[in-house]
Design a binder for this molecule. Sequence first.
Ligand SMILES: Cc1ncc(COP(=O)(O)O)c(C=O)c1O
Length: 396
Amino acid sequence: MTEFDIKRVRALFPALDQDQVFLDNAGGSQVLGTVIDSVTDYFSKTNVQLGASYHIGQISNTKYTEGYKAAAQYINASPDEIVLGSSTTQNFMNLAGALRFCEGDEIVLSKMEHETNVKPWLHMADRLKLNVKWWVSPKPELKLTPANLKPLLSEKTKFVACTHVSNILGTIHDIRALADVVHEVGALFCVDGVSYAPHRQVDVKAFGADFYAFSWYKVYGPHIALLYASTSAQVHVKPQNHYFNPTNGLSDKLGFAGSSYEAVQALPHIVSYLGGPNPAPAFEAIAAHEGALQKILLDFLNSRSDVTVHGSSSVDERVRVPTVSFTVKGKSSKQIVEDAEKISNYGFRFGHFYSKRLCDEVLGLPEEGVARVSMVHYNTEQEIRGLVEVLKKVLP
Ligand SMILES: Cc1ncc(COP(=O)(O)O)c(C=O)c1O
């Protein structure tokens, strides 16, 4: 934590200079000033159709290529192993339309998910006549492990999908251990990293998943998303592009008409912020700071007998990221949020956050779901101590 200069970090995000405490970061994060400037610059000077050989065209081509390169390098992949699309939902839908399996093959889907990592595969199962098995880790564990996955696997299993971190529970799953178990039966493993990527370094080779996805608009950038597919997994991806275009890399196979140019070319700024030298906080420092933030909130929530924290109640940053969801006996999640808004500038939310199967079927919650406070590294300890004071007034 010694290297982490919160004042300096916050100064890099123009939106933070307002009378609003941003605690819906799992919904979408604030954007780095360098990214904003770069998008303005791109539109102002180099917004031309890619592929041209004239002067400005060449600059645009280079910026776009550099964006792809930086994004790939950031996750320890090659540019041929990624595609940048409009959202993770869209990227998964595109992948689901391109994968090939045989009738009667089995796929395993988790119920601890944002629907983005379910619906595309149900659609795929419908199209290819695959059988679906559901993977659940009931309360109180709520943790996807090799032990609860193994009984669902057999030689018939061809595809398994789960989240790295649930956008409700915040618990970090051991993707490497799960990947090893999935690969023992020769199946492909697809991981939704959307709620993980804002908090920790993504290293797809270390994780060992065949497909991995996240959205840059939650990682301090523009509204664009990354899908990784290892070179070996791409054998199963049928190219969806025009017949006369190349089919070598993932963006050839699943990149429809190019990604949003201005967003792609801005990605090196996020990479240099998160992975680069000063003033970029290294992820170790981010994790330590986030650990301090979640400890303040969780110590308060854990101290109350009328509060249920959904997911791990541990304050350890190796166990969870600071996405904290809770319900309170005697007060609805909606009412908590509305009452907090009446007396403060704290912006957090209630609901199922598209993890409806988790909220309904696993947690057994009413329609209003959880109250969710989702912090990132640019939040301050002072903000979270202030939130605790607000909650003291608002809770029964
Ligand atoms: C865990 C998780 N997965 C997937 C998504 C969907 O991402 P996108 O909006 O890029 O489709 C979200 C969005 O909130 C999410 O929280």
